[in-house]
Design a protein around this ligand. Structure first.
Ligand code: VGL
Ligand code: ZN
Length: 182
């Protein structure tokens, strides 16, 4: 069974947010358009306490229970079976959705008999990358939907570099129009 994992499509990572990814909101219609191809759709949220060490590296973003941590208003959340919260502790970055503390993502996927994991969302060069590399290491056949991700690009080219690193590790890069229903 295949599943779609939507990583951190939250207000603070979209234009107008405190850690806006350039064109972060462009992933929303692409993700909404592929959801029906998946029998299982789940999401992660960056979900930080106010005083996390993570904010020594980044401007404060996705603080628990704030508007910035909400999903982008246009993301269709009606099909989400579960949301995994990460970066929830003062001392962890929680880049990978597999570091979720609200529920164990790897166990959940195994219980749901997921063998193929499709990853989309924000940001290509941080949480998407960390999540896809973990999924690959854990033995899931892992795909990143190239037109459904966007990069922080703190340094120009970081997004492209991240995609190459994922591909080198065994992750398949796929376009949204190449995904089939079965
Ligand atoms: C992320 C930087 C800091 C991400 C989260 O979701 O990619 N990036 N926190
Ligand atoms: Zn964060």
């Amino acid at each position: 069974m295949k599943a779609l994992l939507i990583v951190d499509v939250q207000n603070d990572f979209c234009p107008g947010g405190t850690l806006a990814v350039p064109e972060g909101d462009k992933v929303v219609p692409v993700i909404n358009g592929i959801m029906d191809l998946f029998p299982l759709v789940i999401a992660s949220k960056d979900w930080h306490p106010k005083d996390t060490v993570h904010f020594k590296k980044w401007p404060p973003h996705c603080v628990q229970d704030t508007k910035g941590a909400d999903f982008h208003p246009k993301l269709d959340t009606s099909k989400l079976k579960k949301v995994f919260l990460k970066g929830t502790r003062n001392k962890d970055d929680g880049y990978s959705a597999f570091e979720s503390t609200s529920a164990n993502l790897a166990e959940f996927l195994k219980k749901e008999q997921v063998d193929e994991l499709y990853v989309a969302g924000l940001a290509t060069d941080y949480c998407v990358k960390a999540t896809a590399l973990d999924a690959d290491k854990l033995g899931f056949e892992t795909f990143v939907v190239e037109d459904a991700v966007a990069a922080v690009n703190a340094k120009p080219g970081d997004g492209e570099k991240a995609l190459k690193a994922m591909a080198r590790a065994g992750v398949t890069l796929i376009s949204s129009n190449e995904i089939s229903k079965d």
